[in-house]
Design a protein around this ligand. Structure first.
Ligand code: WTA
Length: 660
């Protein structure tokens, strides 16, 4: 390893992946974008974005494409539009009112079909109801709902009247909801009586009532979903079916400024209180619609699109609500968990609706792998054309499984890198244009500029790693942190202040061809004997071993090497680990495997076999907690963990594990 790499603080780029899949001629011939888009965008970025903004219907055209006063951007300055009109009404006006917007599939097996004309009536009713409740331009509305059509309708109704929504994931506690209501000073909460979880109704309103107590909330609008008995506060609480159903289905949308706020979405940092990420209208919708179109090769009226995210995450906002609906998509929305009532539920839905674009998270793909190849094999998945992933780096192993077992070896996979803060996809291959490599997000989409730099902000060369930064403003960028301008500057713009780069917090590398590989959050980087090693690369090496289903790797303090690599692995079904002798052998095999794949430097000091890994509710591994375990500390705050019992299981196992 070159000395300079360490002193510059860049990440070591260790693993190599040589497989590459160029697009088929057939796919390329019908693709929405071509290679020329990259050059056109590079030649004149503002002209390119202006062209993309023409996808939308503007009530008033903008005067200036971009006003950039670092780190504050305004896009399509002077333009006016209504976001909900763009996502709903204009499709009806274009004669597509009968097109299905949403194929909704409830967890218990009920379903609803909503056309664009239906959606227009539903959103208009909800908008009229909001207005009656005194909710208008600039007001904040908190939404905590399960994945039911009313979640989408509520968001669009807010957009229609110019109110900002703050959607809070359905699994978040009353405390988490309360903190978000208070920070945004929301005046209305939209929630439901209950929600289905793994086949059973679970309470919702009972919890949200605790969150509302003593806050700025004036009314609680309650959707009936599970028909559960709920506590009721007269005067404050209102049933959706009373208020919204009774409202008129005629509503004339008003145009708002391009920079009018659209929503706040809270994202938790590793420390401190959640950050209210603020997005606005024209630029956000432009990039949402554009990326949905070109990265998924979406064909309106033909494609059946399914994004499996929850509406409570940014992926649900951009790629269930705003991007697809702006493009007149027909999409599947599924309420439940992937194994209710059986582990083939997703593939059954793909078969039922003839899904052609399927967008999901790597953590779910690894879960499907664990459940076994025989499950998807029982369904007809031949309608699939494009597959996508988001949320974390995807291991080459999981990527190949996805390609072969789900995509039948014929579907391009788009690994899309972005963040709540970026609003929409930034780095991803274009299907039909860009050759793909298992585990790489490849290159920024046309119009976006992102580079990998060293400690001093200098771009690194091919084969080298460092920090991922975005060096030019983009339309869907966050406009700030709600109520905290200083924190916005400090969090995102201070690391490379001199250069004016947005620092995303992620490590990345270029391979020998210049393709970008994401290496995980830099806070998670391990430093072993002076070499900065990415958790992602070691995890990928572990998962590439046939016995491993999932792996999480952390650096733990080590007297000799600074940090030592500690790995937590879940074995695939059928691998015996209870037998001590066999277990030791399996662990030795894994350590050797990593050493062979990446190099002896990356050989884990210790490997622990576990049943589950601590994950946030959006599926990201909480390495912070594993570091506590690996360093024998009391485990820290587990409140954002999806299943808090996981940590007890891991800590009790840790005391029995063997170190080398
Ligand atoms: C990670 C989700 C590698 C990354 C849209 C980022 C990824 C964080 C990818 C943002 C990807 C997301 N490859 N890592 N394709 N996509 N990430 O805000 O660490 O929930 O900074 O947004 O997820 O997570 P967020």
């Amino acid at each position: 390893m070159a000395e300079s790499e360490n002193s510059s603080g860049a990440l070591s780029a260790l693993s190599t992946e040589s497989r590459s899949f160029p697009p088929s001629e057939e796919f390329a011939a019908q693709a929405n974008a071509t290679a020329e888009w990259y050059d056109r965008a590079d030649a004149d970025r503002e002209a390119f974005w202006s062209e993309q903004a023409e996808r939308l219907s503007w009530a008033k055209k903008w005067d200036t494409v971009l006003d950039w006063q670092p780190p504050f951007a305004k896009w399509f300055v002077g333009g006016e539009l209504n976001v909900a009109y763009n996502c709903v009404d204009r499709h009806v006006e274009a004669g597509n009112g009968d097109r299905v917007a949403i194929h909704w599939e409830g967890e218990p097996g009920d379903s609803r079909t909503i056309t664009y004309a239906d959606l227009q009536r539903a959103v208009s009713k909800a908008a009229n109801a909001l207005a009656e409740l005194g909710v208008g331009k600039g007001d904040r509305v908190a939404i905590q709902l399960p994945m039911i059509p009313e979640a989408v309708i509520s968001m669009l109704a807010c957009a229609r009247v110019g109110a900002l929504h703050s959607v809070v994931f359905g699994g978040f506690s009353p405390g988490a909801l309360k903190a978000r209501i208070e920070d945004a000073e929301a005046k209305l909460l939209i929630t439901s009586d209950g929600q289905y979880r793994r086949g059973k109704p679970a309470p919702m309103k009972e919890n949200t009532d605790q969150a509302v107590e003593g806050t700025s909330i004036e009314h609680v609008l309650v959707v009936r979903r599970t028909e559960t008995e709920v506590p009721w506060t007269e005067g404050r609480d209102l049933w959706w079916h009373d208020v919204v159903d009774a409202a008129s289905d005629q509503h004339t949308p008003q145009a708002f400024d391009s920079e009018h706020p659209l929503f706040i979405l809270y994202t938790s940092g590793t420390t401190g209180k959640p950050k209210g990420i603020l997005h606005t209208s024209g630029g956000y919708l432009t990039q949402a619609a554009y990326t949905h179109d070109v990265t998924f090769d979406h064909k309106p009226g033909e494609s059946v699109y399914w994004c499996t995210a929850d509406i409570g995450w940014v992926t649900g906002h951009t790629y269930i609500v705003y991007g697809p609906l702006a493009n007149g998509a027909t999409e599947v929305v599924y309420e439940g968990t992937p194994n209710t009532p059986h582990e083939g539920r997703h593939w059954e839905i793909v078969q039922k609706y003839g899904v052609s674009i399927y967008y999901t998270a790597p953590t779910l793909i690894r879960t499907f792998m664990k459940w076994g190849d025989d499950i998807p094999a029982q369904y007809d998945l031949s309608s699939l054309k494009v597959l996508g992933t988001v949320g974390e780096p995807i291991n080459p192993e999981a990527w190949m499984w996805f390609r072969e077992k789900i995509g039948g070896g014929r579907c391009p996979i788009v690994d899309t890198w972005w963040q709540t803060e970026t609003g929409a996809t930034m780095i991803a291959p274009l299907p039909g244009v860009t050759a793909t490599k298992p585990g790489s997000a490849m290159r920024p989409v046309p119009g976006i500029s992102a580079i990998v730099v060293d400690d001093s902000g200098t771009q690194v060369g091919n084969g080298e790693g460092g920090y991922l930064v975005i060096d030019k403003p983009w339309p869907s960028m966050l406009r700030g942190i709600w109520g905290d301008t200083e924190r916005y500057k400090e969090t995102y713009w201070s690391r490379f202040a001199e250069q004016g780069y947005y620092f995303a917090g992620d490590g990345a590398k270029y391979d020998d061809d210049g393709a970008i590989w994401l290496l995980g959050r830099v806070d998670d980087v391990m430093n072993v004997s002076g070499h900065r090693i990415s958790t992602t690369e070691v995890e990928s090496a572990l998962v590439s071993h046939p016995t491993v289903a999932e792996a999480a790797v952390v650096g733990a303090a080590d007297e000799t090497t600074g940090q030592g690599i500690v790995a937590f692995v879940i074995l695939r079904g059928g691998t015996a680990a209870d037998d001590d002798a066999k277990g030791d052998e399996a662990i030795k095999a894994l350590r050797d495997h990593v050493s062979k794949e990446i190099g002896p430097i990356a050989k884990p000091r210790q490997i622990m076999v576990v049943e589950e890994l601590p994950k946030t509710r959006s599926g990201k591994i909480m390495r912070r907690l594993l570091r506590d375990v690996a360093e024998n500390r009391e485990v820290g705050d587990v409140s954002t963990l999806a299943d808090t019992s996981v940590m007890d299981m891991i800590t009790s196992g840790m005391s029995e594990s063997k170190e080398e």
